[in-house]
Design a binder for this molecule. Structure first.
Ligand code: ATP
Length: 464
């Protein structure tokens, strides 16, 4: 992007609330006139990022510019932006006209100019003739239109929208999405939109910024993000996916679900552990034949309006989701095939848990704020700094928090065809990753144990 095309730049921005890092070295460039959506699950920091751009909060580190001006410390009312919130925050004692005119009156604009601008803004949001109505006599969708009119009447260079449709019912939300897209086109200004709804992001945006845990995971067009997710988090968050553990045998040959597949990916090295993503609509399903790469039995088949969504248990013990226009009934034996181009191979972010810690005595090592019994302390002297490795399969979760050595909360669950890969945020505020066959829910409180022989100790001073 040319510098002159860029209206907002966010460079190395972090935000801490006390000890907690909510945004971690975020970098983002927004083009003039672009519709950018910041997308991510609850708590990922997307609202905080928007609030830093709006000026309601100040960055702990980094620089934000709008139209080339450093506005990192500028108060909100002096920034060329307006914000539309999820809760419309209209003045209940004023009618529609006066709600929209409020800011213009504060700026002491002539009455005739205000009248003209308000009428224009109302036309823009399809609310002509509603000037005299009291805002509490309006539906949620109409109130949100008034809130948008109140924001655009100031002719901001950038409109910031924080989940503006979240309070509306599904039908109204879909209608308003189309209207917002149209408004964006007609106004020609830059929209920065926050949502946790991936479908909304795919529908509305020129560019999607996917966030998780205070970090940007991927920036791209809706098509890029859908077709080429950069990691398993993005793949899981955007659309339905089969995400499986695999390994690259060599360039263009990958093994997953107990079978070798030709693919188009290369450059991962030989025998490298990878994540493999296959979209359900990219798996061909048919009566068993020689063309099948995998065979299995349909265990669930649901009509989804246009296609059928089916789960197939393969002979090798993996569960795959398949979408097809034809229905294969539960119990039906089927063959499956995936074409090389539809297999997406991604580097694994990590292959085991690693923690910083120290040996405390010949049978114990300390990490994650706890002392763990360990059979691999290698006779190291107390206080020797070590790196600790624990395989995902060797972390055990307990229903009863008291049964665990430490406690935490299940934050993110990834189904990998024959097991779940969980991210658990420990109460020490560090993540631990777990492979399990047990079914857990987001937000479950758990106890965590690790067997003494499952802890590998690496002497930081020598073994590296
Ligand atoms: P949601 O969709 O639920 O609003 P979000 O992705 O917009 O989530 P943020 O509102 O940006 O997330 O919050 C990110 C994290 O920062 C959360 O853990 C939240 O509790 C924390 N947080 C936000 N504001 C503050 C604050 N003023 N003080 C302390 N923590 C905060």
């Amino acid at each position: 992007m040319q510098k002159s095309d860029c209206i907002i730049s966010v460079e190395h921005v972090s935000k801490h609330f006390g000890e907690k890092t909510v945004l971690d070295d975020v970098n983002l460039y927004v083009r003039k006139g672009e519709f950018v959506t910041i997308l991510g699950p609850s708590g990922c920091g997307k609202t905080t990022l928007l609030r830093l751009i709006a000026g309601f909060q100040t960055a702990s580190e980094g620089v934000i510019t709008i139209s080339g001006k450093d506005i990192t410390q500028t108060p909100p009312h002096l920034r060329p932006v307006n914000t539309v919130f999820q809760k419309y925050a209209l003045f209940p004692h004023l009618n529609v006209f006066n709600n929209i005119a409020f800011g213009l009156k504060l700026k002491k604009m002539p009455a005739a100019t205000i009248e003209k601008k308000v009428t224009q803004a109302l036309r823009m949001v399809g609310m002509t003739d509603y000037e005299d109505r009291h805002v509490d006599s309006l539906s949620g969708g109409q109130q949100q239109r008034v809130a948008i009119a109140r924001a655009i009447v100031n002719e901001p260079e950038v409109l910031l929208l924080d989940e503006p449709l979240a309070a509306l019912d599904l039908k109204m939300r879909k209608d308003m999405q189309m209207e917002l897209k149209e408004m964006h086109k007609n106004l020609g200004i830059t929209f920065v939109y926050v949502t946790h709804d991936q479908e909304e992001a795919l529908t509305l945006s020129d560019t999607i910024v996917v966030m998780s845990e205070g970090k940007i995971q991927q920036i791209g067009t809706p098509i890029d993000i859908y077709n080429e997710p950069i990691n398993s988090f993005v793949a899981d968050f955007i659309g339905e996916s089969n995400i499986l553990n695999g390994w690259m045998i060599k360039d263009k040959l990958v093994s997953f679900a107990g079978h070798e597949f030709e693919c188009v990916d290369k450059g991962f090295g030989e025998n490298a552990k990878v994540d493999v993503v296959v979209r359900p609509e990219d798996i061909y399903i048919f009566d068993p034949s020689e063309a099948a790469q995998l065979t299995g039995t349909v265990t669930s088949s649901i009509f989804k309006g246009v296609h059928y969504e089916m789960l197939v248990q393969t002979k090798e013990g993996y569960e795959l989701m398949v979408q097809d226009y034809h229905c294969f009934e539960v119990g039906h034996e089927v063959g499956l095939l995936v074409k090389p181009f539809d297999i997406h191979v991604m580097k694994k972010e990590r292959t085991c848990n690693t923690f910083e810690g120290k040996v405390t005595d010949e049978n114990h090592v300390e990490f994650l704020g706890c002392s763990f019994e360990c059979s691999d302390t290698k006779g190291l002297a107390p206080d020797t700094p070590v790196t600790v490795e624990v395989d995902f399969d060797n972390v055990v979760l307990e229903d009863n928090e008291e049964d665990g050595k430490l406690t935490g909360e299940v934050k993110f669950i990834l189904y990998k065809g024959n097991h779940y890969h969980l991210t658990v945020l420990t109460d020490w505020d560090e993540n631990i990753f777990v492979n399990t066959n047990d079914v857990w829910d987001d937000g479950d409180r758990v106890g965590i144990t690790i067997a003494p022989d499952a802890i590998r100790v690496i002497n930081q001073l020598v073994d590296k």
